[in-house]
Design a protein around this ligand. Structure first.
Ligand code: NCD
Ligand code: ZN
Ligand code: ZN
Length: 350
């Protein structure tokens, strides 16, 4: 099959983004806002975005940071609530009904970056989850168990059996997004659930496996959570993303940390992919001979799951080689290093 030299798709949305705050927000947000029309904004700031008031204030800061960038004036941040053991169902309901919250995020306490205030036991938020089920408000989950006895490479698969499957059985109408899936078990599970369960898939989990983290030495910039898995899982993710099935949609999980924080004796988890995200997805779909499915994955399935219209404008990507920058300045003398820094990429936004 010959592959086209350019492709035009409806403008995509990014259903999983970390924009951080302050100077980092100012530096990284334009990469998302210049390409994507909307993004689900993750609430795991150092002080979590857990109430409607927090989200209203954070949304303003994001709009300030993106309104001056090229395509950014049309950018809509979709806010999420960081669930804690003490989240008030009434505040979640109010935030959702007033259009501040699009969804709420479940971080099992200790599972990932800034998750210390997360939920210690899913039973503790059952009133909130019941309210969300009633409202058809999506619950977004970081799907890993935190039990230190469970091997890090098994934490997602074990989460399905111990937490997700029982949660979905208990709440038969609850809408759930299984975020940043990394395993063939997750692909199979999501497929078996029907339309109320969706899954985001990152560009990096489509591009690297666990050996890549150690290719020629330890590569802290490829460390994220959930951690990359074996090659067979990566191939399952490619098959799912390029299948056109409605459950699977784009979520970069772009998660910047400073070079200092990554290149450390205890480096932070998170891969900063927004400087070339849609271009990298295009490369993956191209290599899989599935460029014709890119629009479905990047621009149609996400809005359909969230009950929104697809964007009406379009973007065009063409085949042209360019180099991903080594670093990006984020103020205070700090830098962040993008995913695939210094590498060549074969798709460019026209
Ligand atoms: C994310 C972050 O840095 O905020 N890190 C990551 O490795 N993915 C948190 C998350 O999405 O789990
Ligand atoms: Zn996560
Ligand atoms: Zn994330």
């Amino acid at each position: 099959m010959t592959s086209p030299s350019s492709i035009t798709i409806r403008r995509p949305d990014d259903w999983h983004v970390h924009l951080r705050d302050d100077e980092m927000l100012l530096a990284v947000a334009p990469f998302t806002a210049n390409v994507f029309a909307r993004a689900i904004i993750m609430p795991n700031l150092k002080k979590p975005v857990s109430t409607t008031a927090d989200a209203t204030a954070y949304r303003k800061r994001i709009i300030n940071a993106t309104s001056k960038s090229a395509g950014g004036s049309g950018f809509t941040p979709l806010m999420t609530a960081y669930l804690t053991d003490n989240t008030s169902a009434a505040d979640i309901e109010n935030g959702f009904k007033t259009g501040v919250f699009t969804a709420a995020k479940l971080y099992p306490a200790g599972a990932t970056t800034n998750s210390e205030s997360g939920v210690t036991d899913i039973e503790k938020i059952s009133a909130v989850v019941e309210k969300m089920e009633e409202l058809s408000m999506p619950l977004l989950v970081h799907g890993e168990v935190t039990n230190p006895e469970i091997d890090i490479f098994d934490r997602e698969a074990v989460f399905i059996d111990r937490v997700l499957e029982p949660l979905l059985s208990k709440h038969p109408a609850l809408k759930v997004v299984f975020e940043h899936i990394t395993t063939s078990q997750a692909v199979h599970f999501v497929r078996a659930q029907g339309p109320r369960v969706g899954a985001t898939i990152t560009a990096h989990h489509l591009m690297i496996n666990r050996s890549d983290m150690f290719r020629g030495g330890i590569r802290p910039h490829l460390y994220c959570l959930p951690i990359a898995k074996r090659e067979g899982h990566r191939l399952s993710l490619i098959e799912a993303a390029t299948s056109g099935e409605k459950s699977f949609f784009l979520g970069t999980d772009t998660a910047p940390h400073t070079v200092h924080a990554k290149e450390s004796a205890c480096g932070c988890a998170g891969i900063f992919s927004s400087p070339a995200a849609i271009e990298m997805y295009a490369g993956v779909f191209d290599d899989a001979g599935a460029l014709d499915k890119l629009e479905t994955f990047a621009s149609l399935n996400g809005p359909a799951f969230y009950g929104m219209e697809a964007n009406s404008d379009e973007i065009t990507l063409h085949r042209e080689t360019w180099k991903i920058p080594e670093t990006i300045d984020v103020g205070g003398g700090e830098k962040v290093s993008p995913f695939m820094a210094g590498s060549e990429i074969n798709w460019m936004i026209s």
